[in-house]
Each structure stands twice: as C-alpha cells, then as structure tokens.
Design a protein around this ligand. Sequence first.
Ligand SMILES: [Zn+2]
Length: 331
Amino acid sequence: MELFKGINQIKLPLLKVGPENVNVYIVEGTEGNLLIDTGWNTTEAFNTLALEMKNSGFAMKDITDIVVTHFHPDHIGLAGKIQELTGATVSLSEIEGNLLDSRYFHADNLLAELSSFLISNGVPDWELKMLSEASFNIRSYVSPFTTTKLLKEGDVVSMPPYEFQVMATPGHSPGHICLYEPNKKYFFSGDHVLSEVVPNVSYHPQSGENPLGDYVKSLGSLSELEVRFVFPGHGSVFSGLGPTMDDILRFHRDRMMRIQRVMGVETKNAFDVAKSIPWVVNGEETAYDKLEPIDRRLAVLEALAHLQYMVAEGKGKKMSENGKTIYWSGE
Ligand SMILES: [Zn+2]
C-alpha cells in the first residue's frame, strides 16, 4: 500500500509470538527500489510480500537494495531469499553483521552460553529446557545472505531522490539502526520506537553490559530530530515521535520503581524478580506463570536489563555467589 508518494508499506504475517505483523517498506527511487526490513523466512510471509508487491505494481526483481534495521528474525529473515532471487544488496549495522554468524548459522556456542547465563540468573533446571528451546526454533526463520555493506552512524543510504542518514540506536538490539530522510523528515524506526507496544530491551550474551542504558541514550539522541512521520517496524505510521518516546521512558521508570519495590532490602536473582512483577501481554498485565515460554524468557532477560541499568546508575549492586548472580538495590 502506497502511504506517501514513493513510500509503500506491506504488512507481513509473523509467527504466533509477539505482535501480529511486521511492516516492511518499499521506497521507490529513480534508480532502484529500497526494501527496508524483510519479514520472517516463511512461505506465508514470502507469498504475502510477493502478492502485495504485485498489487502495488512491483515485481520481486524490482528490489535492488535491502537495508535491515536489526537482526531479529522478523526483520532480517527473508533477506537471503530475496537476495537470491533478485541479486539485491543487503546492508545492516556493522555490529550486527559481525554477530550474525554466531547468532544464527553457527549458534551452538551461543545457545550453550545462553543456557548457562539463564542458570546463573536463577532459572531452575526444570524451566531451562523450555526457555532455551523457545529461541532455538526461531533460528530456522532466517535465510543466509551475503552482506554488501556494514553500516555505521553517519553513513548515508542513497536511493535518489532520497538520502537516508543511518542513525545508530542500540538498545532493542545491540546494533539497531534507524533511517532518517532529512528532506522529507521521514523516520524509519525499526523496533526502536513503536507506538502501540513498548519495544523489548533485554540483557543477554550478545547485548552488551547495559542495554537499557544504551536504549535510553539512543532515545535521547533523537530528541532534537525533526520528524514528520515515523515508519515503525510494527503497528501504524505515526507522527509525534517525542510524546511516544516520553511514554516509553515513563513505562521504564514505572517498571524500575516496581522492581525496586519488590526487591526491598533483600538480594534477588533475575528469575525471582521476573516472577514478582506483572508483564504486559496484548495490553493486559499477566503473571509470569501464565506467560508462554518465549515470553517467560523475554521477561527474565528484560528484568535483567533493568537490574543491569540499576547497577550502572549506581542504584544497585550485583555479585556472583557460587556461580549465581544476585542483585540488591541501594547505593
Ligand atoms: Zn520486530
């Protein structure tokens, strides 16, 4: 569907986790067409893309360039398949380009690391298998591709008449990027800023030490940006980037207060914390025990992002004891 002249949005179906659709965008240039994000590598998503493109007057071979905002499978999954069919270039952030292989294509080490990471953060054995497998299945939804360009802050993705500035916005993923078109004031936000759900921020073996701190800083770096429309990875196009970012920051402040409240004066591991606060599923507060395995894993990793943030901000402490990591709040 053409949203604005030259800017087409297609909604592709997801698996039965998280939001319902992922948005991909086709930017029509005079010398080619840029696909921003790609959808899961499933037959259903591919067929939807092909059909919707056809309805909008494109053939698959019209895609000349692909940029993915981040390496989560709903955004990067079809890149390889589309590249194979079209010869399109595929560009992503340098940070994530360097992590791709260990994340998807030779992932045994990372999976082992994630298991011991979950154990050290209090996840009991009986729950571990379920949580680890929740991520294992997702890996098959990414098709391998050849990376054309590794992008960094300040790089320009040119698709005349559009010139997109690459903005490094780590937090939701370690090398997440957004694309900003300064003439039109269009902002392709990936999953960095969404208006209908709060983007997930998790601490895990590939996230860096303080992903929530990175995320908050990335939001701050956008505060002066002049934006007319935000084209997000999920949900509807919106204006009002500033108020949406304020809502997200408020959400994290509230969650932090909740976590500090449940911690009281005791030491706690991340699993205990995840079990003691409610989680939002489809807009409803849900207890940990009622969550699906994939959401349980995210809950533990999100609780960890908050605990790491608390430590980085000097509002809490952390130590390792018999291979287990424990946190407590206080200066
Ligand atoms: Zn996404």
